[in-house]
Write a protein that binds this ligand. Structure first.
Ligand code: ADP
Length: 274
């Protein structure tokens, strides 16, 4: 009886192991699929600015004697090259997360200095576009990877500036909220007085490569990768990001992050240690 008991427990262990392997294979196949799609999308996106640059480069020869046209071509080349640069930069950030099991080095960090630095980094850009950045910060710590956190805030602030009207503002603030499980969460709020996001686009703005209308994104050199990066980073840190309101008066995005090391990873690391 004992022997058959042992055998059946071994069999069920094996079945469990087999299931784990099958799940791992599924996950790998899914990742491979995602990578292929990502590379396909990015190649397509890179072609557009490159085609423009090549076309203008050809025109330079023809425009040689006309300073006005030359300047026009130079401007276009520079604009498209910048767009290309942004695309490559964001694609690199995104791919390093999808391709290698992206690691976050979360730690307890003081939030206000990070928010202040993010605002300071975009100050000059805001000024150029006649936008003011206002900050209303409260002391508090979050459990996050400082570098990722900086990326997230920079991306939201940058959008608040890009999709704004001259004379407008972007407001950055934070506050502590209790979630439904009784845990404290830090909520970072980025509001702008900008052009808003149409109702039917609100769900899709977090999809990779999605831009509301190619027109307005082209004007701003958008890649459609910023918000998907923010969402990816938030989720990697047991956080979330959402658009809470948007209309002709502007948009408000919230990032929510744990303030302390999340319970689930506490359990895992406790087990690992034993
Ligand atoms: P992009 O590089 O195009 O800015 P994002 O992923 O950051 O890409 O944003 C996706 C789209 O969502 C943008 O093309 C833009 O149309 C819209 N969007 C994002 N943030 C804002 C905002 N604060 N106000 C208005 N529209 C926005």
């Amino acid at each position: 009886y004992e022997m058959s008991e042992n055998i059946s427990s071994s069999v069920s262990q094996l079945t469990e192991e087999k299931q784990k392997l099958l799940d791992a294979i599924d996950r790998l196949q899914e990742l491979e699929q995602q990578q292929k799609q990502f590379i396909g999308n990015i190649s397509h996106e890179l072609k557009t600015p490159l085609t423009s640059i090549l076309a203008y480069a050809d025109l330079l020869e023809m425009y040689r004697d006309d300073p006005f046209l030359l300047e026009e071509a130079r401007g276009q080349i520079s604009k498209e090259a910048q767009r290309l640069f942004q695309l490559v930069e964001k694609a690199l950030q995104l791919s390093s997360m999808d391709i290698y099991e992206f690691e976050t080095h979360a730690e307890q960090v003081e939030l206000p200095p990070i928010l202040q630095e993010a605002a300071a980094r975009l100050e000059a850009k805001a000024e150029q576009s006649h936008i003011t950045i206002q900050s209303f910060l409260t002391d508090g710590r979050v459990w996050a990877d400082p570098e990722n956190l900086m990326h997230m805030v920079l991306n939201l602030l940058d959008n608040g500036i890009k999709y704004n009207n001259p004379g407008g503002s972007v407001t950055l603030s934070n506050e502590v909220k209790h979630d439904e499980h009784g845990h404290d969460r830090m909520v970072i709020k980025v509001s702008d007085t900008g052009i808003g996001i149409p109702e039917d686009a609100r769900e899709r703005i977090f999809d990779p490569f999605y831009t509301v209308s190619s027109d307005r994104s082209r004007v701003h050199g958008g890649t459609g990768l910023g918000l998907s990066l923010v969402r990816n980073l938030a989720e990697k840190q047991q956080g979330s990001v959402k658009l809470v309101e948007s209309g002709p008066g502007g948009s408000t995005f919230l990032i929510s992050l744990p303030m302390n090391r999340p319970q689930s990873s506490e359990v895992i690391s406790a087990e690992e240690g034993s």
